[in-house]
Design a protein around this ligand. Structure first.
Ligand code: AMP
Length: 376
């Protein structure tokens, strides 16, 4: 039977970064209390949480304390030890379970799961040593991308191989770290879909976002994605079908490549995602509120895009420029979100800003004006 967790109860979140913070804000608005497990004290989520436990994510005692303190527990990122979660989850209520972690933590497992659901990924081979790499290249051909099996994000742990000359650079990587080799996909666009499935089995899909990266880090999300209606419907159907077949609960982000009329699934994240931040200001429900509703067994809200939107990510090197621009009267409708991180390091995600406008021409002009001298 569907368990409903009502306001006044405590939601525990493993991970204290910006995603946890943005989950906590609507949760607190609805009247929930929030507890966080995070090694570092005073981070983005701790600043808005009611209870803070500072310990490593895989510390059994700390996990048990969090489960004990909370009526329901969720996670804000996937690199938590899934086996540790499975050891403790019966001691509390963690409706998502460890399976989304186990599936998405390892790139080969994730790709197999996507293929088993009937959806296309880039061709890939597991690579555990230089011999495997040479065999994989024979099958897949150049250009290709070598990725570490786990732990990579924002382009970290990835090497593009264009010819035999590039093998030298990755020899030490494959000798020490399990990897996969992927075929290089000549895509025309990158898109993503955020989908949520409640403990009540209800599934709701957010509007498809088109994503533009700079230096492998998300730079812009443009919504609605500039793709034709058939492709949009296909992307939404893949999202709906994947979350159902994988039997996941909570929010799932699915990154896809557009290749002609086809969609190739690149990556899954079993949590709210950077490319869904636009939902806070441009939709009738945000990916974060929907996630909270999903794990609390509440009915999900059918997402609706109120206005076309563009989300601009603000990294450490963008912050001063963005604040200078944002304070000007012409950008007064732009919504600023800063995550409360103290040090603005290069490439660290410090916040984002969302532009929304019923008129797509005006929207595009405003974003261009804002980005005119945006630092690299
Ligand atoms: P990932 O960490 O897998 O999300 O990859 C980060 C970025 O690298 C993606 O957003 C793409 O821009 C690019 N990329 C990843 N895999 C491939 C691929 N197989 N072919 C072409 N580009 C890729």
């Amino acid at each position: 039977m569907n368990k409903v967790i009502l306001p006044n109860s405590t939601i525990g979140i493993i991970g204290g970064g910006q995603l946890g913070r943005m989950m906590a804000i609507p949760a607190k608005q609805m009247g929930y209390k929030v507890a966080v497990l995070e090694p570092e004290c005073g981070g983005p989520l701790s600043q808005v949480a009611d209870y803070e436990i500072n310990a490593p994510y895989d510390c059994e005692e700390a996990l048990l304390r969090l489960l004990n303190l909370s009526d329901v527990v969720t996670y804000e990122f996937e690199n938590i030890d899934g086996n540790q979660i499975s050891r403790v989850e019966t001691k509390g209520y963690l409706p998502q379970g460890e399976r989304p972690l186990l599936v998405t933590q390892q790139r080969d497992r994730e790709k197999k799961a996507i293929n088993d659901c009937g959806f296309q990924t880039a061709p890939y081979e597991r690579v555990d040593n230089i011999h495997d790499l040479k065999q994989a290249i024979e099958k897949i051909g150049y250009p290709c991308i070598l990725k570490t099996i786990s732990g990579g994000y924002d382009g970290k742990g990835q090497w593009t191989l264009k010819s035999e000359l590039d093998l030298e650079n990755v020899q030490s990587v494959v000798a020490t770290t399990p990897c996969i080799l992927e075929g290089f996909v000549l895509f025309t666009k990158e898109i993503s879909v955020i989908v949520t499935r409640g403990t009540n089995q209800q599934i709701e899909v957010f509007p498809v976002a088109e994503n533009i990266h700079q230096n492998h880090i998300l730079h812009l999300s443009i919504v609605p994605a500039q793709i034709d209606a058939k492709l949009r419907a296909k992307a939404e159907e893949i999202a709906r079908s994947l979350i159902e077949k994988l039997d996941f609960v909570g929010t799932l982000a699915i990154e896809m490549f557009v290749v002609g009329k086809d969609l190739i699934v690149n990556e899954l994240a079993p949590r709210p995602h950077n490319s869904g931040h636009y939902t806070i200001d441009a939709c009738n429900v945000s990916q974060f509120e929907q996630h909270i509703r999903a794990i609390c067994g509440l009915p999900l809200i059918k997402p609706d895009l109120i206005k076309p939107a563009v989300m601009v990510n603000l990294l450490g090197q963008h912050l001063d420029y963005a604040l200078e621009m944002w304070k000007k009267p012409e950008f007064s409708t732009a919504k600023l979100h800063l995550y409360g991180k103290v040090e603005a390091k290069k490439n660290r995600k410090m916040g984002h800003i969302t532009f929304a406008n019923q008129c797509e021409v005006e929207l595009s002009e405003q974003v261009h004006q804002f980005l005119n001298n945006f630092p690299k």
